[in-house]
Design a protein around this ligand. Structure first.
Ligand code: PMP
Length: 407
């Protein structure tokens, strides 16, 4: 039955993480900068203090309605859905969007993207999804799996050694997209480039989207990691909502709550047609019911506990500031290490970029040497996950970059 099945390419992120694991040199000689996950200064995974306290609250309430293992509703835990929407849209937009917003819990950000693009394919027809030329490598794959054609729009200008948004090229490509196309936008802390539009550029993007009647699909995987401020990082979504634009938002709490494996996320739909919105909710629930039936409960309960308790929420806010602050410090250390080595290139980009990643502009071949010769593992698009750096490995990473750049 199965002999004709072709092999599949390795995953661009998890495939390299596996290569790191399989590298036989001692742990102390290899560096893992592959997966976008926060680490402490010893390179270990972190449970946020706010999440730890939420977990304690849940375990203490074992006899209450939070302590059991019953199914959640098809579209998830109501308190989580409400809180997730509140975090994304804020008070002002929440009241603006009354009756025009539907939220379903989703299997983290990836699940939200997939369930939504499946919905688009099935109910809105075969429309093209436009994604930024530099993007999370899974975006085009999700479009393909959902059966939707996908095309890149230009995003970054890399000429002259600078790394900045090429707003003119981006707007030109969006203007040329056929009416009704889906436009995938990173809400903040763009992966992999760390380059976001300014508020003024977001206004121009919104102008084109409104004029050309395009359908924005925001992907929010790093809220809090761009500026350390949840509200400021949600600026683009809220600005579009204030303009009355319809949209989708895929929201992940993997990074900003450190709940990677718990798969905590949401899909938000903003529609100006209440009946359409109601039907969309029904169709999404129907699709979910025959896909994974209902979402995982534990992570959503943790998140809801944080949303509902002002003291826990304040702690979460502090946890986010601590993570984003430590990342900023690591950026500075890597930049200084490269400048001290007089490595050719403008390394100020490392500190001007924001979010979890540094986009070093290394070629595929240079990334290959970083891994095979220097045991520094990174995504092949030239992206390193900054929190994987620490005092012990920064010199090794800087030496490796210096070597591949000067080779
Ligand atoms: N979008 C982007 C841009 C991402 O970087 C990620 C995680 N790497 C996701 C979505 C989805 O993450 P998750 O499914 O773990 O929430």
């Amino acid at each position: 039955f199965f002999s004709a099945i072709p092999a599949a390419p390795a995953d661009p992120v998890f495939g390299i993480a596996l290569a790191y694991k399989n590298d036989p040199v001692p742990e102390a000689q290899k560096v893992n900068l592959v997966v976008g996950a926060y680490r402490d200064s010893a390179g270990l995974p972190v449970v946020l203090p706010s999440v730890e306290r939420a977990a304690r609250l849940l375990s203490e309430s074992e006899t209450s309605s939070d302590g059991h293992h019953e199914y959640l509703p098809i579209d998830g835990l109501p308190a989580f859905r409400q809180g997730a929407a509140q975090v994304m849209f804020g008070d002002e937009c929440m009241s603006l969007l009354a009756g025009r917003l539907y939220t379903t819990q989703a299997i983290s950000g990836t699940g939200a993207l997939r369930v939504c693009l499946d919905f688009v394919r099935r109910h809105l027809g075969e429309r093209t999804v436009y994604y930024p030329q530099q993007t999370w490598p899974i975006h085009p794959n999700v479009c393909a799996e959902a059966g939707l054609p996908a095309k890149a729009y230009r995003y970054l200008a890399t000429t002259g050694g600078t790394v900045r948004l090429d707003a003119e090229a981006m707007l030109a490509d969006l203007t040329a997209a056929p009416e009704g196309s889906v436009i995938l936008l990173h809400v903040c802390a763009h992966n992999p480039t760390g380059v976001d539009p300014t508020p003024a550029e977001w206004e121009r993007i919104a102008d084109v989207i409104a004029e050309r009647r395009l359908l924005p699909f925001f992907d929010s995987a790093y809220q809090g990691f761009a500026t350390g401020d949840l509200a400021r990082d949600a600026h683009a979504v809220r600005a579009f909502a204030r303009r009355g634009l319809e949209m989708f938002v895929a929201q992940s709490f993997a990074k900003n709550m450190g709940l990677y494996g718990e798969r905590v996320g949401a899909l938000h739909v903003v529609s100006n047609d209440p009946t359409g919105l109601d039907h969309m909710g029904q169709q999404l629930r129907r699709a979910i019911r025959s896909s994974y039936s209902n979402p995982p409960a534990y992570g959503a309960r943790l998140a809801a506990a944080i949303f509902q308790d002002p003291a826990l929420f304040a702690q979460w806010d502090e946890d986010i500031k601590l993570m984003s602050g430590r990342i900023a410090g690591l950026r500075q250390s890597l930049r200084s290490a490269l400048e001290a080595r007089q490595t050719p290139g403008d390394w100020s980009v490392i500190t001007s970029q924001i979010g979890m990643f540094a986009y070093l502009g290394l070629s595929d071949a240079q990334c290959e040497v970083m891994m095979s010769k220097h045991h520094v593992y990174m995504a092949k698009n030239g992206r390193i996950s900054v929190p994987g750096l620490n005092e012990t490995n920064i010199a090794q990473v800087a030496d490796a970059i210096h070597d591949v750049v000067t080779a």
